[in-house]
Design a protein around this ligand. Structure first.
Ligand code: ATP
Length: 141
């Protein structure tokens, strides 16, 4: 598998698990968060880590994110920051932007501004669990 460059913005549980898994699979991963502690916690599990505010265009430019194959925006609660970040990334020309949405309205805006893949973690995980329970290969619980 070819090595790709990923940036994960927002290092909560969701962003960190994506960053760690990609790193384990040998991919190049830049982890970004505005919170220094979160960046320190993830340092051992990513290729590079940076403290930065992703709503700051200059910060995104100086980190070179426009050249990454894929950027994952794992910010949820601060909807304004999530939307602004996705908008800046698309304006900078990032080809693939994946974003987490907390709800339908958030997701709808992300779609309008060009997010390529919108993830609803709780909804998607719930569906996955139900599908596994319905799978004929699943042991009965
Ligand atoms: P999770 O549900 O994944 O555990 P969380 O509960 O910490 O996440 P979120 O609001 O989704 O809550 O935040 C995810 C991360 O995004 C946090 O670590 C937060 O510091 C980071 N973050 C929020 N705003 C920005 C920003 N403007 N730039 C960079 N990182 C940000």
């Amino acid at each position: 598998m070819a090595i790709k460059q990923y940036a994960v913005i927002g290092l909560g549980r969701f962003g960190t698990s994506i960053a760690r898994r990609l790193n384990e699979a040998g991919q190049e991963v830049l982890g970004i968060d505005v919170n220094e502690e979160r960046v320190e916690d993830v340092e051992l599990y990513v290729t590079h880590a940076a403290v930065a505010d992703s709503t700051d265009e200059k910060a995104l430019t100086s980190l070179g994110v426009r050249n990454f194959d894929c950027v994952i925006v794992a910010i949820g609660n601060d909807m304004q920051a999530s939307i602004l970040t996705v908008m800046l990334l698309k304006d900078l020309g990032v080809k693939k932007v994946i974003a987490k949405a907390l709800g339908k309205r958030h997701g709808k805006v992300l779609d309008r501004i060009g997010a390529d893949w919108i993830i609803y973690p709780e909804r998607d995980m719930g569906e996955r669990v139900a599908n596994q329970l319905l799978s004929p290969n699943m042991l009965n619980y």
